[in-house]
Design a protein. Structure first.
Length: 328
């Protein structure tokens, strides 16, 4: 099975598709630093501009991966939706789908896309896909449903020329823990007078385990210190026994604070890589851009589960493999 990687970033979706049995044969990515990382790790030099792509030069494929740029729909990007010129890249994707007619297209974006502009933007995207003959299903998923230890909720859209995709049939696993990705030999511990730990971590509805805070001024001076929202994000501390928050691409110091055995330090860059499901030998090429690129990436394990579901439900590959195993 062949796949292409549109709005590819550093290739998180490429890694996931590869683990699910697909072979990525083409990519497109606008950011120069990310193209360098993609080429170094995947052996493909991405096309730099979706608007300038000649579909005749794109290999035939069964699966189109599209990590649609989120700036037009995210809180950090001011959420202007279709009024944001950065949303125009969706037109390039539609042209590619119309010309190449892949069996399946997988689109990923921030959850804010669903409610942006009262749902108008998301409805427009779905109707465009339907207009090309695709059956569309979608779901908001977190890595914690697939063994991950980070709260990185994203909306995933599966458009299929065949049957409709069923997210409920994906193979799910219990959530992991931050402790699972931590390096026991990492340093950088804060001095005890720099933070306060709660006697018992506060676990929110999302599953985040708020363990304490750095001794900095409260966002709400009269607020309850046990409420994480009364502390700025960069001052919150999370328990290693729980999950961590979404990594922000906007904050280059987004290696957030974790409490382990009564001490506090930041997650290292290597730990962020493991947290997002990237291999430890992944070459990031440009250290200055690494945190931004991780913050813009997908959780590899989550997308792997979706790609395996696509292969099984929509392309019949999983069923064929299982039948061969039974016969052997």
């Amino acid at each position: 099975m062949k796949a292409i990687d549109v709005f590819a970033g550093v290739g998180g979706m490429h890694l996931a598709a590869d683990r699910a049995g697909f072979s990525c044969v083409w990519a497109c990515e606008a950011d120069a630093d990310s193209r360098d990382v993609y080429a170094a790790n995947h052996g493909i030099v991405p096309h730099p501009d979706i608007a300038g792509v000649d579909p005749d030069g794109v290999p035939d494929h069964e699966l189109c991966l599209a990590g649609l740029p989120c700036q037009a729909y995210s809180v950090a990007g001011r959420g202007r939706g279709l009024d944001d010129s950065r949303a125009n890249v969706f037109v390039g994707l539609l042209k590619l789908l119309r010309a190449k007619r892949p069996e399946v297209c997988l689109i990923e974006n921030v959850p804010g896309l669903v409610k942006q502009d009262g749902g108008r933007t998301f409805r427009f995207i779905r109707e465009c896909l339907k207009g090309l003959g695709y059956r569309v299903s979608w779901s908001i998923l977190s890595p914690t449903e697939f063994g991950g230890a980070t709260l990185r909720r994203r909306v995933y859209v599966v458009a299929s020329l065949g049957r409709k995709f069923d997210f409920a049939k994906l193979d799910r696993r219990p959530a992991g823990r931050l402790a699972d990705v931590l390096d026991p030999d990492a340093g950088g511990w804060l001095n005890p007078h720099e933070y306060t730990l709660l006697d018992t971590p506060r676990i929110g509805k999302s599953g985040l385990s708020f363990a304490g805070f750095r001794n900095k001024p409260l966002r709400t001076p009269t607020g309850n210190v046990r409420n994480p929202s009364n502390h700025r994000q960069q001052n919150r501390i999370y328990a290693a026994e729980g999950i961590g928050p979404t990594i922000s691409a906007q904050d280059q110091t987004a290696r957030y604070w974790v409490a382990l055995d009564g001490r506090v330090r930041k997650l290292t860059r290597a730990e962020l890589v493991r947290l997002m499901g990237f291999p430890t030998d992944f070459d990031w090429v440009h250290p200055h851009a690494m945190v931004r690129q991780i913050g813009n990436s997908v959780h590899v394990g989550t997308v792997t589960a979706i790609c395996r579901g696509i292969a099984d439900q929509l392309l019949g590959v999983g069923r064929v493999h299982r039948k061969k195993e039974v016969l052997s």
